[in-house]
Write a protein that binds this ligand. Structure first.
Ligand code: PMP
Length: 427
């Protein structure tokens, strides 16, 4: 037998020692080291199984806990109307769309949901895909080609970064919410690219801060770019009726070219949407790989999402409750001089801890004392900036928030963990 033809051999590569067992890979060894260092500090705060919907409380190991880890911002997962709508859709259509929507998978409930999203987000049309993360990957990964440039916020979500990796376009991050830095890049680079896509989030999930969207709108207009806003943590959270950044900043319907959102947070189900001009959405329906070559969102999730949007729009008190909870948390944390990073107006209210191992330990210990809150650690946040990422939802009452923060402070004190303090008078 002859060896591979010369042309089949990998070029410019030197022979290396083959790895044939996954356990021997450097990435697995690194993973093990990190796990061992942290698991030694107590139980694992990840993959904690809940036995109930995540509302103001949840059930873990048969015990009720105060729940502060969920993205169920307006209580839609577990809400009766939403569950009933999902159950009715299962009875009518079954449990799966059973095919790509382009072929046999389309249902009236898909069309109704997309129409409702477009109306809610003040756009001409909208498209819904099966996963929030995968919607970003497939859109960002395919909207731009080799003659194009993608500029994305340095703190943008992993799904946006993954989309950039997939894309043939040139891509680069700009410093977080730094519109001056973005403008500097555009001044020198805009001329060399056909399309330029700017990608930001409406509200950021690690610090809870809101992007200066109107300034991005000005820049995208001045330099002729497309602006995409990921509304995972701003839709159903900011704006008087939970309409997201448009409503919060009083923008025009077409100031943002691509409004992305996930169905898994405020809307209580699972999936991703893109809302924008009809020409773009029509194009995506026939061309976006993650839509065309994937099954349609399940009828139950489509029906649940549709009901969630309708419920939110017709019950203004839900947003009132969420705002009350956000304010109660931010006020109480500030009174205690806890450092809540840049948060205060969105539902993500991180409490800075500092060291990874302290955040890990506190999360485990708080769970034992009836408070469920996950840690956020490096690489999700910078080294030394580990935090407990509290999320509040519309169901939380001020007393529950007060109690959770009391337990946090008492636990930290008991174990000699100094929570970083911040003087808000000087802020
Ligand atoms: N974008 C952002 C900003 C997110 O935080 C997330 C999830 N945490 C996603 C997209 C992906 O959404 P999903 O979890 O619904 O896949």
């Amino acid at each position: 037998l002859e060896g591979p033809a010369e042309s089949d051999k990998p070029k410019e590569r030197v022979p290396v020692r083959p790895i044939t067992r996954f356990e021997d890979t450097p990435e697995y060894k690194h993973f093990l080291e990190r796990q061992e260092a942290l698991v030694g500090k107590g139980d694992n705060p990840y993959f904690v199984a809940h036995e109930s919907p995540l509302l103001d409380t949840g059930i873990i190991d048969g015990k009720e806990v105060l729940e502060f880890g969920s993205y169920n911002y307006v209580g839609m997962s577990g809400r009766k109307e939403v569950k009933d709508a999902a159950k009715a859709a299962i009875d009518k259509y079954g449990t799966s769309a059973s095919g790509s929507r382009l072929l046999a998978g389309e249902k009236q409930i898909h069309k109704d949901l997309e129409k409702e999203i477009a109306d809610w987000k003040h756009t001409e049309d909208a498209i819904v895909c099966v996963g929030g993360h995968s919607t970003n990957v497939t859109f960002v990964g395919n909207f731009c080609g080799k003659n194009d440039l993608i500029l994305y916020d340095a703190l943008a979500h992993n799904s946006i970064e993954q989309g950039c990796k997939l894309s043939d376009a040139t891509s680069r991050p700009f410093p977080h919410s730094d519109t001056a830095a973005l403008e500097t890049i555009l001044k020198s680079q805009r001329a060399y690219y056909e399309k330029v896509l700017i990608v930001i989030e409406g509200a950021y999930s690690m610090d809870g801060d809101i992007a200066p969207v109107p300034e991005f709108v000005r820049i995208k207009k001045e330099y002729g770019c497309f602006l995409m806003v990921d509304e995972a943590h701003s839709a159903c959270v900011i704006g008087k009726t939970g309409g997201g950044v448009d409503e919060y900043f009083n923008l025009n319907g077409d100031d943002i070219d691509i409004k992305y959102g996930t169905l898994s947070k405020g809307l209580g189900t699972c999936g991703g949407y893109l809302a924008g001009k009809k020409c773009l959405i029509d194009f995506l329906r026939y061309n976006m790989p993650g839509f065309v070559f994937s099954v349609g969102i399940s009828p139950a999730l489509a029906a649940g999402s549709l009901e969630a949007i309708r419920t939110l729009r017709s019950h203004p008190e839900i947003m009132e409750h969420l705002r009350t909870a956000i304010k109660a948390f931010a006020d109480s944390a500030r009174r205690r001089h806890l450092d809540i990073c840049l948060a205060g107006e969105t539902a993500v209210l991180p409490v800075l801890v500092g060291k990874d191992e302290d955040a890990w330990f506190l999360s485990n210990e708080l769970k034992k004392r009836g408070v469920s809150v996950p840690p956020a650690m490096y690489p999700a946040v910078p080294k030394g900036k580990a935090r407990l990422r509290f999320c509040v939802i519309s169901e939380h009452k001020p007393e529950q928030i007060e109690k959770a923060l009391d337990i946090l402070e008492a636990t930290a004190r008991e174990y000699g963990i100094e929570l970083p303090r911040r003087n808000y008078d000087k802020a």
